[in-house]
Design a protein around this ligand. Structure first.
Ligand code: CO8
Length: 254
């Protein structure tokens, strides 16, 4: 068991811990993480999920020792990326609270989240090239979309680590905070998102993500349909009524 979960104020905090290997993501940890996220995605008490490691590392990548001797066919049959596809399908907002190293699969896991809060001393990178491979869990795609071709290319081809400040300036990270404030900031944000109407949050997340894999035309159409769909929710009626009556809305999540 590598993972602990706590639920408060409408959000869950999922924390993993393999301190002896800087939270390297082995198969067992990833299996536990995926199952945990899917269970929380179905839990009505939870409206937002924080993912975090420990102070030394969010995660220093996939577990190199676990895969070092694998053959291509073993890797193919093991199909560890199927789990990553399941994480991509989580409907609730995911906030990565990153301290320490977020490297390789660790950086990719942070990028699979919707928002990244990082400590001042956190380091991001895709160092796979330095061990004879390349990113495999979305790094070449998500990093490029987040920070552009020129910067992504340099990071992927050199394996250089970047500071959280550089990551923030480039658009990879939402906010950099002092080391001791990372969890507080992630909780503040999670609480704020959890206080929003959940159906609208779900469709809004889905619509933003759609921008990654469609044309502008297709994305606008998708957005519009989700917008219309929200007029079928009780929360839309409540939200607009509350605005008119100058009071706080009481969301039902329907
Ligand atoms: N896998 C396995 N063990 C690791 C990993 C890792 N990724 N990272 C660190 N460790 C272990 C070290 O072997 C060491 O163990 P030991 O004490 O038994 O020797 C312990 O953690 C502490 O590490 P260091 O002594 O190296 O600590 P330093 O502070 O000197 O260095 C670094 C920290 C710079 C983070 C260094 O550990 C490092 O370079 N780690 C590897 C980073 C890396 O290359 N990551 C990419 C891995 S490949 C990958 O992620 C592919 C992703 C696609 C698949 C995703 C599926 C899950």
């Amino acid at each position: 068991m590598y993972i602990t979960v706590s639920i408060e104020n409408g959000y869950a905090t999922v924390q993993w811990n393999r301190p002896e290997v800087l939270n390297a993501l082995n198969t067992a940890l990833m299996a536990e993480l995926t199952d945990t996220l899917e269970a929380l995605d179905k839990d009505d008490q939870v409206r937002c999920i924080i993912l975090t490691g420990n102070e030394a590392a969010f995660a220093a990548g996939a577990d190199i020792k676990e895969m070092a001797e694998a053959s291509a066919v073993e890797m193919l049959l093991h199909d560890q990326f199927a789990r990553w596809d399941r994480i991509r399908k989580i409907k609730k907002p995911l906030i990565a609270a990153v301290s320490g190293f977020a490297l390789g699969g660790g950086c990719e896991l942070a990028m699979a989240c919707d928002i990244i809060i990082a400590s001042e001393t956190a380091r991001f990178g895709q160092p796979e090239i330095t061990i004879g491979v390349m990113p495999g869990a979305g790094g070449t795609q998500r990093l490029t979309r987040a920070i552009g071709k020129a910067r992504a290319m340099e990071i992927v081809l050199t394996g250089r680590f970047i500071t959280s400040r550089e990551a923030c300036n480039a658009g990879l990270v939402n906010k950099v905070v002092p080391d001791e404030a990372v969890m507080d900031e992630a909780r503040r944000l999670a609480h704020e998102i959890a206080s929003r109407p959940p159906v609208a949050v779900r469709l809004a997340k889905e619509s933003v993500l759609k921008a990654f894999d469609t044309t502008l035309e297709g994305g606008l159409e998708f957005e519009r349909k989700n917008f219309y769909l929200l007029f079928a929710s009780e929360d839309q009626k409540e939200g607009m009524k509350a605005f008119t009556e100058k009071r706080k809305p009481a969301w039902k999540g329907r």
